[in-house]
Every structure is written in structure tokens, then in C-alpha cells.
Design a protein around this ligand. Structure first.
Ligand SMILES: NC(=O)c1ccc[n+]([C@@H]2O[C@H](COP(=O)([O-])OP(=O)(O)OC[C@H]3O[C@@H](n4cnc5c(N)ncnc54)[C@H](OP(=O)(O)O)[C@@H]3O)[C@@H](O)[C@H]2O)c1
Length: 245
């Protein structure tokens, strides 16, 4: 089994498959210094890109992989597309594990956008939004730096590899978060608007619930399209399907 990871769900899936007696290779992009690793017997972890779909197809062949579980983050579109192409080429089965996206509920003020460029355009129009809270990770930050004249608080797991301009405050923090602490953080920071990926799952949702209760607008980045194929919402369902393959 090859589990394409970088998420908590990937760790859970790898552990379930290992416990079921499978030899599991978890693959990580290698961006995080100390990522969570699956525990238990039969686990191997590799780090770093494969060199595109061709490199991954070669890896699948070389390591005699029977099945690939794409448990990467829903916004990691490149690796998912590469995995779909590689599995097609190598004739290897592929399943995806993806948390369902969050749905807007009563009281939410969401503006749903397709990508960072549209988010920046929306924010540029909303002049009253003086202080922007960004929850878009490392890679997403750069497009927002053009919003000079605003305050930006960007939360991420690891420090930036460049010095941000003086209107940007970086807050280092790793979830899971809680609604009450998120409310306090947004209130104390005097945030006017929240920008978030529609990641789904529970760990990152408290900021969305907190924004709703504080009456704050959210610019919600919609997910990039995923390759076709079987998708499971839980590690347990994916593991059950894989066991029957
Ligand atoms: N994007 C997010 O918001 C987000 C949030 C939380 C966690 N993550 C995790 O962080 C990783 C990187 O995310 P990203 O958005 O930068 O991905 P991406 O844009 O889809 O991938 C860029 C390249 O990084 C390599 N790569 C990505 N994930 C890999 C993996 N699990 N194993 C081996 N190589 C991988 C691949 O290189 P090659 O083409 O050379 O194979 C891929 O083409 C993912 O594994 C994802 O699960 C992402």
C-alpha cells in the first residue's frame, strides 16, 4: 500500500492498514520539519516528491505497490492529479480519502471564491476590512501581500522562509483549535474578516464557527477539482474498501 499523506487522516488510515497486516509506505512531501508518523508494525515513511507522474509510476512499479490511497489535503491538487495519472499508467488501483467540505449554515457570511486571486480581488473591494486574518498556510500568503494599507495576521505551522512586510504579523500555531479560544483570538486581534480554505474536518472548523458567532465575514476558498474515482470520507471506510480489493 502506498498512502500519500500529509494529513491526520492519512496517519489514521496507514495505522489501520498496518494493523490489518499490510505493508504500508506513507509518502510525505517533506515540507514539515517534524510531521506526525504512523505508529505500529509494517510502517515505512518516505519524504520528498517523486518527480511527477512518471516518477511516481516508476516508484509504484519498483516497489510493487498494489494500491494507492490518496489521503493528501484537498488543496494539494498537483500530487492528486499526478497520482491519478501514475496509477493509470502503472495499472494500479487508487482510492481517495477526503474530508467532506464545510457547508454554509444559518448565520454564516461567506463569500466563496475560486482561488487566491479572486480572494484578493474581493478583499481589495472591501475597504472596511482593515484587519485580515489569513488561514491559508505558507504557500498561500504571497498574493495577499499586495493588500498594502491593511493589517494582515497570517497563521501557519512553520516560520516563513522570508521576512514579511511590516503590515503582516505571523502567528505560529498548529491545530486542533477550539471555538472559544478562536473567538478570543479574533476578538483580541480586532480581526475584521477571515480568509480560509474550505479544508473540511473538525480540527480547523472552530475559526469558522467563531467567525459566525462574532458576525465576521469569511472569504472561503473553494476546493480545486479532484480527479475522478472512489472517494471515502473516513479512514475506516477507505480501509474497509482497500481490504476488499
Ligand atoms: N495544500 C494544503 O493546504 C495542505 C494543507 C495541509 C497539508 N498539506 C500536505 O502537504 C503536502 C504538500 O501540499 P501541496 O499543496 O504543496 O501539494 P501539491 O501542490 O499538490 O504538490 C506539489 C508537489 O509536491 C510533491 N508532493 C506533494 N505531496 C506529496 C506527498 N504526499 N508525497 C510525495 N510528494 C508529494 C509532488 O512532487 P512530485 O510531482 O515531484 O511528485 C507534487 O507535485 C501534501 O502532501 C498535503 O497533503 C497540504
Amino acid at each position: 500500500m502506498l498512502v500519500l499523506g500529509g494529513t491526520g487522516e492519512a496517519v489514521a488510515l496507514a495505522e489501520m492498514l498496518g494493523a490489518a497486516g499490510m505493508a504500508v509506505i506513507t509518502s510525505l512531501a517533506g515540507r514539515t520539519e517534524s510531521p506526525r508518523r504512523p505508529a505500529g508494525a509494517g510502517q515505512e515513511v518516505r519524504r520528498g516528491g517523486f518527480g511527477g507522474a512518471a516518477g511516481l509510476a516508476e516508484f509504484l512499479h519498483g516497489r510493487k505497490v498494489h494500491c494507492v490511497a490518496d489521503a493528501t489535503h484537498p488543496f494539494a491538487a498537483q500530487i492528486s492529479a499526478g497520482a491519478a495519472e501514475a496509477c493509470e499508467r502503472a495499472g494500479v488501483a487508487r482510492v481517495a480519502l477526503a474530508r467532506p467540505p464545510w457547508r454554509k449554515v444559518q448565520g454564516d457570511h461567506w463569500r466563496e471564491v475560486d482561488g487566491h486571486a479572486e480572494a484578493v480581488a474581493v478583499l481589495a473591494q472591501q475597504r472596511a476590512a482593515r484587519h485580515i486574518f489569513l488561514s491559508v498556510g505558507h504557500n498561500g500568503l504571497r498574493p495577499y501581500l499586495q493588500l498594502r494599507g491593511r493589517r494582515i495576521t497570517a497563521r501557519m505551522i512553520e516560520p516563513l522562509r522570508f521576512a514579511p512586510p511590516d503590515y503582516v504579523r505571523v502567528v505560529l500555531s498548529r491545530g486542533p483549535f477550539e471555538k472559544e479560544t478562536e473567538k478570543k483570538f479574533l476578538r483580541d486581534s480586532e480581526v475584521d474578516i477571515v480568509v480560509s480554505k474550505n479544508s473540511g474536518g473538525e480540527a480547523a472548523y472552530p475559526k469558522i464557527a467563531a467567525a459566525r458567532e462574532l458576525g465576521l465575514a469569511v472569504v472561503m476558498l473553494s476546493r480545486p477539482p479532484a480527479p475522478p474515482g472512489p472517494v471515502f470520507a473516513s479512514a475506516a471506510d477507505a480501509a474497509q474498501f482497500i481490504a476488499g480489493c
